[in-house]
Write a protein that binds this ligand. Structure first.
Ligand code: FE2
Length: 218
């Protein structure tokens, strides 16, 4: 029996829900936003397989290890294997499983796997888009709070006289990682959206720095 996309979306949402932890930066809402961003990208690339993209968006973080976990670079491969196993058992089209697995394992920064298909490129871009803009900013400070980071260096928030350290200072993460994301986007539509969202983030950073000020001189 062949099921439609609505059926598979419900199956994927349920699977994602079963494996969801308590990380507010990687919860079901993150997966929904990634699929929403991917749909925007699919408008520009109608030749991509939307079913593969949808399933990968919902299942890409099925195994999500903390940033400091020694096996973090393997998490996306484990997520791909688990997603393919679960969806194969649910009767997902067998000829799409390899593309799904690749899109999941290639999404991750730490896995360092180059996306080889348009579907994998779209999923990687959509996931990175959720790290930018207003929601990306909220996720940044949420995650920094969980890691007990400071908002910014008290005297040198721009890191003019010190090395950047985004483990200790949340604001540094914008320069260390987020500002580099648009250039890593795999699709032109992803890059364009990424640049817009980064521009907003940089405006926030400028306002933040103005309010943070400089320490009073003795
Ligand atoms: Fe993600």
């Amino acid at each position: 029996m062949t099921y439609d996309a609505t059926h598979w979306q419900a199956v994927c949402q349920q699977l994602a829900q079963q494996h969801a932890g308590d990380d507010g930066a990687h919860d079901l809402a993150h997966l929904q936003r990634v699929w929403q961003a991917a749909r925007l990208l699919l408008d520009s690339y109608p030749q991509a397989d939307a079913l593969v993209v949808m399933a990968a968006c919902y299942l890409h973080d099925l195994v999500n290890l903390p940033k400091n976990h020694p096996q973090r670079h393997l998490a996306s491969r484990q997520a791909a294997a688990l997603a393919c196993r679960e969806l194969a058992a649910a009767g997902f089209p067998a000829d799409k499983l390899a593309a799904l697995g690749h899109a999941i394992e290639a999404h991750s920064f730490s896995a360092a796997i180059t996306p080889q298909t348009l579907e994998a490129q779209i999923v990687q871009d959509a996931d990175r888009l959720d790290a930018l803009g207003a929601v990306g900013l909220a996720r940044l400070f949420y995650t920094a709070g969980k890691m007990d980071s400071q908002l910014a260096h008290p005297d040198d928030p721009q890191a003019l006289q010190r090395p950047l350290d985004d483990r200790r200072y949340a604001l540094d993460h914008i320069t260390v990682k987020l500002a580099t994301l648009p250039a890593t986007m795999q699709t032109a539509a992803g890059r364009s959206l990424g640049e817009q969202r980064l521009a907003w983030l940089m405006q926030f950073r400028a306002t933040f720095l103005a309010e943070w000020g400089t320490p009073p001189q003795p």
